[in-house]
Design a protein around this ligand. Sequence first.
Ligand SMILES: [Zn+2]
Length: 201
Amino acid sequence: MPKMMVIFLSLAACVTCTGHGPTVFFSNEYKPIYKRSVCEPDKPFPQMVLIPFFEQATQIVPNCQTYPKHETALALFAFYHVWTEYFGDRDYAVRGMLKKVTIQWDINKKVSKKGYNLKGEPFEDRTVIGRVEADTMTWVWQGYDHKISRSALFHELVHMALRAKYGTADPDHEGPKYRGWTPAHSAMIIEAKQVLGAFNL
Ligand SMILES: [Zn+2]
């Protein structure tokens, strides 16, 4: 290959790799629409609030403390940061999911008729703290000590990330029935929780 061609190609490669890699977060713009979307303590609940920095992402809240929208936004940043460290996001499928996600917070737990534990063993009629309801919608109990890092949010986000990437949310986690979830995903959740916990959230 001629020398000039090599120089041109490496320059072109550099141009395309600056600024838009998955490690670069979402647009830093805080759009006016987010200013209008606020939790109003005197109005009836549940209320739906846009999550700033994440385009159409929303949360449905049972009160204004569960959770302030910037705390949820920071949780999504932490999740995506650690996800890309572990798995990358070349096709932006996970980023796309986060920009559309709806998180429904609840102050009460639920009983699930059927499900699987982390090792893939099935259970029936068990109290659960989170559940994916649709491709980009999840219900999440508020978490122990009222902390996002101690809720099932990141667990449910992994389900939805897997669905966005591979078409299945892998309901049996590390079990063999469905594919997608690996021990690395379980480890990634723990690390993302530690990141968020460092912000006391
Ligand atoms: Zn699960």
